[in-house]
Design a protein around this ligand. Structure first.
Ligand SMILES: Nc1ncnc2c1ncn2[C@@H]1O[C@H](COP(=O)(O)OP(=O)(O)OP(=O)(O)O)[C@@H](O)[C@H]1O
Length: 236
């Protein structure tokens, strides 16, 4: 089964078609990069997968659940790290996680156990009681990944999760996400930064609302920048 399957999805804002007949799969346990320049349609696609927008054409399934017919079951299998910050900076990491757990109907005792579990996964076990505002940018992003994992989703959507981070923190957040996929969580990693992609990763190139390539990054050869430029005519 695919962790995420998107078939023939289109979306328009008025007369402007932001996504045109988009199809892609994220296999279970894979790290799949969704690569595209600004305006390619990545955030629009994520808004459809998270049901911020209705997908009126095509079909989206999350862990086999049809998003339109079984939205509750589908969204329960999904964890999301948004482009903009989603934690309350004035609360502690524990309070943020407890709040998010409650939104998923997880009881207090269970939430404490899960918080410890997800913070261990992201390497922040010692920051449970720290205020979010006291964390570094990279730690905040890792805490957001922990938040997205609290209900044990099958797939994580990460929308430009390294924006604003320095090189070292950026590398840590990508490596962390890869290590999660080795443990069975799948990831769809939206980015415009080619350095974040490795040859063994799944790679979908989205450009002007259309999928131009879908396979393994290695399929495009050693010169990913050149291949991207050839396909899109744009500098990544
Ligand atoms: N609410 C909206 N109304 C009208 N047009 C929109 C709206 N949201 C996005 N668009 C347009 O749809 C296209 C895709 O935008 P989208 O934000 O999905 O791209 P993106 O790949 O996520 O880019 P970025 O990296 O800048 O977030 C762009 O041309 C954008 O201007």
């Amino acid at each position: 089964m695919q962790a995420l399957s998107i078939q023939n999805v289109s979306h328009s804002f008025g007369r402007f078609q932001a996504l045109r007949d988009v199809s892609l799969n994220v296999p279970q346990g894979s790290f799949t990069a969704l690569l595209g320049v600004n305006g390619a349609g990545k955030t629009t696609l994520f808004s459809l997968i998270t049901r911020l927008y209705d997908n009126t054409s095509g079909r989206i399934t999350v862990a086999g659940h049809d998003l339109r017919r079984q939205p509750g079951a589908a969204l329960a299998r999904l964890g999301v790290v948004f482009q903009s910050r989603a934690l309350d900076a004035d609360l502690t990491v524990a309070q943020n996680l407890a709040y998010h757990a409650a939104l998923h109907g997880i009881g207090r005792a269970q939430a404490r156990l899960r918080s410890a579990e997800v913070l261990a996964l992201v390497g922040l076990s010692d920051r449970l009681d720290a205020r979010v505002s006291a964390l570094s940018g990279g730690q905040q992003r890792r805490a957001e990944i922990a938040r997205a994992l609290i209900h044990r989703p099958d797939i994580l959507l990460l929308d430009e999760a390294t924006v604003g981070l320095d090189v070292k923190s950026r590398a840590e957040v990508v490596a962390l996400t890869r290590s999660l996929t080795a443990q069975g969580v799948s990831a769809l990693w939206a980015t415009h930064i080619l350095d974040e992609i490795q040859p063994q990763d799944g790679l979908v190139i989205l450009h002007k609302g259309q999928v131009l390539a879908d396979g393994r990054a290695a399929d495009l050869g050693a010169d990913l920048t050149g291949a991207f430029l050839r396909l899109t005519g744009e500098q990544p």
